[in-house]
Design a protein around this ligand. Structure first.
Ligand code: HEM
Length: 403
């Protein structure tokens, strides 16, 4: 059994711009036991099997020793960290106003509005020599759309941007900072955001608008309604997901296309290829690099190694999506790739709830970007990255528009 410090090297900020050689090393181990007793898995078929295995829990309370149980005044866990049957009930209630079977067409109906937001942002950049693709474009678009869907006033964005950053930082390994202090700040931010969303939902009771918070308080399906704490926890999950993920797909996509000018030109000429290009980006530069919070409920055999019950288990999705056993020439960016069943949105019961929204936003964003920004070039390569090894993407992406 390999004892290793691979996770320290992956977490090291120096690896952020290019973690892929470390993932290749991980795949050679197949299952890599770390010096702290955690296990990493980075091969495609093993990750898929574990994501579909009911013995693998998403609930940290199944760790040995258990993860700290949150104090009573905090929010209950959101469904991303629960197992079935609770997960299934909450996910179904959450999905009701968002997509099929109850609300098919909800996301597709937003395409015109999405393109309008993207075009307005790009028009605002005209005349500038250098723009930051992150702050000027990739961040505001998905945030505007998730606020619109949930029914959150866009002008409160600065408040929940700060909460969102504190929540994300709380599960990041930043050396030199006290993890307990960071965790407390994250829990406080989650509580504050939940309270804000709960209060907002209360204002919709009896006065519904065309948004998800209204549907959550007014509408009732076969699974019943959320309790107020459940609504708060779910609202936080959706708002965070809308803030911290698609921004990286749009930015990683812009960076990748600027590094592959032949594809950039082709997609500008043939925007119908964009959906496939977005799938390839989810494989090649995925925003969610790993799922660090799984726990086996029993001893589980993986590729000849026993992962013991209760051990922390991390599934490195970005490594699985570059596994040569599954994908031909996996380190090549190839939007024409056939059979691209990447792990970018996970798999199994927790597969990404927001995938249709994230896909459409990114397709629209990149299509509009290519149509508006002729002659753009990178100012810095690699650009400065965000700290997180889990939600990975550039913090800024400066691009020169002229000359
Ligand atoms: C490119 C953008 C996105 C990526 C790469 C992404 C990726 C993922 C991944 C890998 C998972 C699986 C987590 C796990 O198995 O533990 C997941 C779950 C989830 N995502 Fe996304 N996501 C994106 C955008 C969004 C958006 C915009 C929303 C909100 C509308 C969203 C909502 C969720 C939720 C609620 C879950 C939990 C599902 C469950 O536990 O059943 N995601 N996402």
């Amino acid at each position: 059994m390999a004892v290793d410090t691979l996770i320290h090297r992956i977490n090291d900020y120096a690896s952020r711009a290019d973690p892929y050689p470390l993932y290749a090393e991980l795949r050679r181990h197949r299952v890599a036991r770390q010096d702290d007793g955690a296990y990493l898995v980075g091969t495609y078929h093993e990750i898929q099997a574990l994501l579909h295995d009911p013995r693998i829990s998403s609930d940290g309370r199944n760790r040995i020793p258990p993860e700290r149980i949150e104090p009573e005044d905090d929010l209950p866990p959101s469904f991303i960290t629960l197992d079935d049957p609770e997960h299934d009930r909450l996910r179904r209630i959450a999905m009701r106003p968002f997509g099929p079977p109850h609300t098919p067409g909800r996301i597709d109906s937003l395409v015109g509005e999405m393109a309008g937001v993207a075009r307005d942002l790009l028009t605002g950049l005209q005349g500038r020599d250098v723009v930051d693709i992150v702050d000027d474009f990739a961040y505001p678009l998905p945030v505007t759309m998730i606020c619109r869907l949930l029914g959150v006033p866009r002008e409160d964005e600065t408040r929940f941007r700060a909460w969102s950053e504190a929540i994300i930082a709380s599960f990041d390994p930043t050396p030199g900072e006290d993890p307990a202090v960071r965790e407390r700040a994250g829990l406080e931010a989650r509580g504050a955001m939940g309270q804000y969303l709960g209060d907002l939902a209360d204002t919709r009771r009896g006065h519904p608008a065309d948004d998800m918070l209204s549907a959550y308080v007014e509408d009732e399906g076969p699974d019943g309604r959320f309790t107020r704490p459940e609504l708060m926890a779910t609202g936080v999950l959706l708002l965070i997901a809308g803030h911290e993920t698609t921004v990286n797909l749009i930015t990683n996509g812009t960076l990748t296309l600027l590094r592959h000018p032949e594809w950039l030109e082709r997609l500008r000429r043939e925007p119908a290829l964009m959906p496939r290009a977005v799938e390839e980006l989810l494989r090649y530069e995925p925003p969610v690099q790993m799922l660090p919070l799984r726990t086996p409920l029993a001893d589980v055999q993986v590729a000849g190694t026993t992962i013991p019950q209760g051990a922390p288990l991390t599934l490195v999705l970005a490594s699985g999506s570059r596994d040569p056993v599954r994908f031909d020439d996996p380190d090549r960016f190839d939007p024409a790739r056939e059979d691209n069943r990447h792990l970018g949105f996970g798999s199994g019961i927790h597969n990404c709830f927001g995938a249709p929204l994230a896909r459409l936003e990114t397709q629209v964003a990149l299509t509009e970007l290519l149509a508006h920004l002729g002659g753009a070039r990178l100012v810095e390569d690699p650009p400065p990255y965000r700290r997180s090894p889990i939600l990975r993407g550039p913090r800024h992406l400066p691009v020169a528009l002229h000359g």
